[in-house]
Design a protein around this ligand. Structure first.
Ligand code: MG
Length: 254
């Protein structure tokens, strides 16, 4: 009997130790390093090279209904609007590392060649739901053509986008970003989990346990200070999205 109790306690301790280690996701790729830039091809290669769990990208549907990888709606220092401009105009914009804004197709070709790093794909909210539905369909089609559906997690601020992915991929891994719904609501909607900001989860730390109790997963963005890193490691989130992946990896090794 005593032996059994000790064995059970040991198993529980091992289990919780394993669960407590969050996985590292490079926010907009690993861009915060020489030769890289946000959402560039180099940022995925560099994320892969340091062995992160996943690398995040932002995807827009262009004015002529093509998919490109970039964060801001209007590229800084230009008047190029990702949702309104045609593909040719967008892909002519130069990034700080000398690359140009990549198409999703070019990006996925690279991702397919690096099987150890998961793709965390954010679909940007668009001006209307029909365009969001079209964007989701085209994203899924592109991922399928590179056989990447099993290696991709979907994230979105738009609930409509989350539903669009859910409809296309009932078993897909879909996380909601907007921070305004409790884990209970997310569970009811049939999504995989929450991917909320530092600000939201600092205000609702109880949502981490509530999510886990409901069988959901928890990601948090964007965790860049050591204080926040320690806070969310201790809180037991499943994933941490950061602009400083190497610092987080070093902290997790301690
Ligand atoms: Mg993003």
């Amino acid at each position: 009997m005593t032996k059994q109790i000790i064995w059970t306690a040991a198993l529980l301790l091992t289990g919780s130790a394993v669960l407590a280690q969050p996985k590292v996701i490079a926010h907009r790729g690993y861009w915060n390093t020489p030769g890289s830039a946000e959402n560039s091809l180099a940022s995925f290669t560099k994320a892969d090279a340091i062995g992160v769990f996943g690398s995040e990208i932002d995807v827009w549907l262009t004015g002529d209904d093509q998919l490109i990888v970039n964060h801001d709606k209007v590229y800084k220092g230009t008047k190029v609007n990702m949702e309104k401009a045609p593909l040719a105009k967008i892909t002519a914009v130069e990034l700080p590392n000398g690359e140009t804004i990549p198409t999703l197709d070019t990006y996925l070709k690279l991702v397919a060649s690096k099987p150890d790093t998961r793709l965390i794909l954010e679909m940007k909210s668009l001006s209307d739901y029909n365009r969001e539905d079209l964007s989701a369909r085209k994203i899924v089609e592109a991922l399928r053509s590179y056989d990447l559906l099993d290696r991709t997690d979907f994230i979105a601020f738009s609930l409509n986008a989350c539903f669009a992915f859910k409809k296309l991929l009932p078993e897909g891994r879909i996380f909601y970003l907007n921070g305004d719904l409790s884990p209970k609501s997310i569970k009811k909607l049939g999504l995989t989990g929450i991917d909320y900001s530092v600000k939201v989860l600092r205000r609702h730390p109880e949502w981490v346990k509530a999510a886990h109790d409901a069988g959901l997963e928890v990601n948090v963005w964007t965790v860049d200070s050591e204080e926040d890193m320690r806070y969310f490691i201790d809180l037991g989130v499943d994933y941490i999205t950061t602009n400083r992946p190497e610092e987080l990896q070093a902290l997790l090794k301690k």
